[in-house]
Ligand binder design. Structure first.
Ligand code: DGY
Length: 338
């Protein structure tokens, strides 16, 4: 067995075992990895599985990995990978868009929405501090939440995850509006109304960020955009931290210009100790776990392992994000020119 596959962090053993049938496996354990550590770790690797999606797979890293044939993302976000560099070097980049992952992220968006709307986390801390029954009744009223029925949810990015968030919002009898660079006729036929970004921000009671991080969406929600939101509005981000400008968001939350935020993703992950966001009461924060359920972990691990195996065995992957790489491989004579 001559292949070597590097995982940047452990994945479900069912996936690792599939890869072990065709390659030697190295599982690194202490993220986040720096560029230098990655370069060292994958110098002789045939495949790389960036498990967490925060590894800096830059052009420099790719240029140094002369044997690499596939970068198989365990997840659907690939903003941490220089796709152009991978394509130029004839390296496949794949993702794991399995149903279980997409459902998990949509569930988590709603879990965050309910937590922030009903003050669940703050109330949990109160009960556990044994103050219930000791503090006056007024304290209980500080947990007054807001109802969802009839409220407007604004979904930014009506893709695979955004659509699933909309399905859940329907069950809560919410009005659903969306913004996306591509209009979705089918959604509109089902009563999901399109809005320009500014109108969506002005109208929504809950804003869900469900769009990938790209050059176009980086800092898409900054000071000006936040200033358009209602003072009673909440923002929920299950996509990527860089889409919402974290400093602008902090200021708006601190000054009570919006009601609250529930975030699973951050500009820097793990969020550094001492970050001012950690001190706010009107936030709910989770450590980039929206994707993480028993079901999704296993399904993603198996899918990523199958992608790696296919490519090492000379087949095409099923979920490439850079299908153009095939032309490059053909031009380099690495596959048949048919
Ligand atoms: C994804 O699928 O990209 C999730 O954020 C997990 O990395």
């Amino acid at each position: 067995m001559n292949f070597r596959v590097v995982f940047t962090a452990p994945i479900h053993s069912d996936g690792i075992n599939i890869v072990k049938n065709v390659a030697e496996v190295d599982v690194l354990s202490t993220p986040p990895l720096s560029e230098e550590e990655l370069i060292r770790s994958i110098a002789s690797a045939d495949a790389l599985v960036p498990t967490l999606g925060i590894e800096p797979i830059t052009r420099r890293v790719i240029e140094r990995a002369s044997r690499l044939k596939i970068i198989a993302r365990h997840g659907v976000g690939y903003n941490n990978i220089d796709i152009d560099a991978a394509t130029e070097h004839g390296i496949w980049v794949t993702i794991t868009p399995v149903e279980e992952l997409l459902e998990a992220v949509a569930d988590h968006a709603f879990a965050l929405l309910l937590c922030i709307a009903r003050n669940i986390c703050r109330a949990d801390r109160f009960v556990k501090s044994s103050r219930w029954g000791i503090d006056s009744l007024d304290k209980l009223y500080t947990f007054t939440g807001v109802g969802l029925r009839g409220k407007t949810i604004g979904i930014i990015g009506l893709g695979r995850i955004g659509r699933r968030v909309a399905e859940r919002a329907k069950g809560f009898k919410m009005k659903i509006v969306y913004y996306d660079i591509v209009r979705k006729a089918e959604a509109e036929e089902h009563g999901i109304e399109y809005r320009g970004l500014e109108d969506l921000l002005r109208e929504s009671d809950f804003i869900i960020i469900a769009t990938p991080l790209t050059d176009r969406t980086r800092d898409m929600i900054g000071e000006r955009e936040i200033s358009l939101m209602k003072p009673t509005a909440y923002i929920i981000n299950i996509a990527r931290g860089g889409i919402v400008n974290q400093k602008a968001l902090y200021r708006a939350l601190k000054e009570g210009r919006i009601a609250g935020a529930a975030l699973d993703v951050f500009q820097q992950e793990p969020i550094p100790a001492g970050d001012p966001l950690l001190e706010l009461e009107n936030t709910v924060l989770t450590p980039h776990i929206a994707w993480l359920t028993d079901e999704s972990r296993r399904a993603m691990a198996i899918t990523v392992a199958e992608e790696v195996t296919r490519v090492l065995m000379g087949e095409d992957p099923k979920h490439p994000v850079n299908p153009k790489v095939k032309e490059i491989l053909r031009a380099k004579g690495k596959i048949n020119s048919r």
